[in-house]
Write a protein that binds this ligand. Structure first.
Ligand code: PMP
Ligand code: GLU
Length: 393
């Protein structure tokens, strides 16, 4: 079968690919510890499940408006007022099947062939593939582990050309767990203001998984509202990955464009899940707080355990539930009769020898690193780190 050029431009997601490999090995009876998929290991809070059950019982089981049910849009508007003191109208809001679809909608709507999307490294695996699918060009900005993966603002400004349509990043960041400071976001806003043809897509899906102080949203800065799309969702902060609800807030014209696109592709997101998401966004934050406190404890544990493994260097990330350690000191070395030359080799060796699945850093644009998701129990993390240590010493 000949597939389209557009399909051939993209690769399979390595986060999903590594999780699939781990599942296959488990199905063969192997005792694999999966630290590859970015998914909270907590259950969805009971009050959110109850809202979904109420929605089913009330017959909320029909097609929904393409851009989302009014009750969820209104919960999102209230959230923006409550958390960022920002007035947002329902016509600025669009609900989709996960934040993933929001980002894809936005890119397909505003990025044309050969137009450029600036993406600071390291970046979430799907960004580059979405841009490739749309026919756009990624312009990557390098960052350094030693600088806490901070965005090089001079390089960012230098990269803006008349072909630039979008600057795309996540904060807290998947895969590095780093968060942009108030000052850095202010500087990004100042740069963007000078280039009215550029739109920022700020992916804030890890907003709540923040270990040091409050999340700062770029929406809090003045003068760039017309150039801003904020993407968020309930997958991470409310342990709702399978419910598939994400949303974006942005200029009315972009929301209308995404509405047109989604209306032809998938229609409104799942009706029952939208009622559940409204409850999550409006409701009690205690379950989220508990989850974040637990993640903080696991982060500290895994940073400590990892620091005992020679050749692996890690920082202490401020958010999300990932570590993105540098492992390149081990490249060129031989383990169990094979030489590890890159992050793919490293993850393959660790998966086959230690039965621990990780994601190669190359998926996120930085081959010197690997990503470890610590959304697993302390017991599993201890066992996984012990196995990795044994495989590397
Ligand atoms: N953005 C980032 C940075 C992510 O890590 C994820 C996780 N899948 C998503 C977007 C998409 O989230 P979802 O589609 O589950 O809402
Ligand atoms: N965002 C998660 C991850 O990075 C889920 C998998 C995916 O959608 O890529 O692992």
């Amino acid at each position: 079968m000949n597939f389209t050029a557009r399909l051939n431009r993209i690769k399979e997601s390595l986060t999903i690919g590594m999780a699939k490999k781990a599942r296959e090995l488990k199905a063969e009876g192997k005792d694999v510890i999966s630290l590859s998929l970015g998914e909270p290991d907590f259950d969805t809070p009971q009050h959110v499940k109850d809202a979904a059950i109420r929605a089913i019982d009330a017959g909320k089981t029909k097609y929904t408006p393409v851009g989302g049910i009014p009750e969820l849009k209104s919960a999102i508007c209230n959230k923006f007022l409550r958390d960022y003191n920002m007035e947002v109208a329902p016509s600025n809001v669009m609900v989709s099947t996960g934040a993933k679809q929001c980002i894809m909608n936005a890119i397909l709507s505003i990025v044309d062939h050969n137009q450029e999307v600036i993406i600071p490294l390291p970046y979430w695996v799907s960004y580059s593939e979405m841009v490739n699918f749309a026919g756009g060009k990624c312009v990557f900005i390098p960052s350094k582990f030693e600088d806490g993966f901070a965005i090089d603002l001079e390089a960012l400004e230098r990269s803006i050309s008349d072909k630039t349509r979008v600057i795309l990043f996540s904060s807290p960041c998947n895969p590095s767990g780093s968060s942009l400071s108030h000052d850095q976001l202010q500087q990004i806003a100042n740069i963007v203001k000078k280039h009215p043809h550029v739109t920022v897509i700020s992916d804030e899906i890890y907003e709540h998984i923040n270990f040091e102080g409050e999340h700062t949203s770029i929406s809090q800065f003045d003068g760039i509202k017309d150039q801003l799309i904020i993407v968020n969702g309930v997958s991470k902060g409310f342990a709702m990955t399978g419910w598939r609800i994400g949303y974006m807030v942005g200029p009315k014209s972009i929301i209308a464009a995404c509405d047109k696109l989604q209306g032809q592709f998938t229609s409104g997101a799942n009706s029952i899940a939208q009622w559940a998401a409204a409850e999550a966004i409006n409701g009690d934050m205690k379950p989220t707080q508990h989850m974040v406190d637990t993640f903080r404890g696991r982060r500290d544990l895994i940073v400590e355990l990892l620091s005992e493994i020679p050749g692996i260097e890690t920082d202490t990330p401020k958010g999300a539930f990932y570590l993105f350690p540098k492992v390149s000191a081990l490249y060129g070395k031989e383990f169990g009769g094979r030489t590890i030359n890159d992050s793919l080799d490293f993850c393959d060796y660790i998966l086959n020898t230690a039965l621990v699945s990780l994601v190669p850093g190359v998926a996120f644009g930085m081959d010197e690193h690997v990503r470890i998701s610590y959304a697993s129990s302390e017991e599993e993390l201890r066992e996984a780190m012990a196995r990795i240590k044994a495989a590397l010493t």
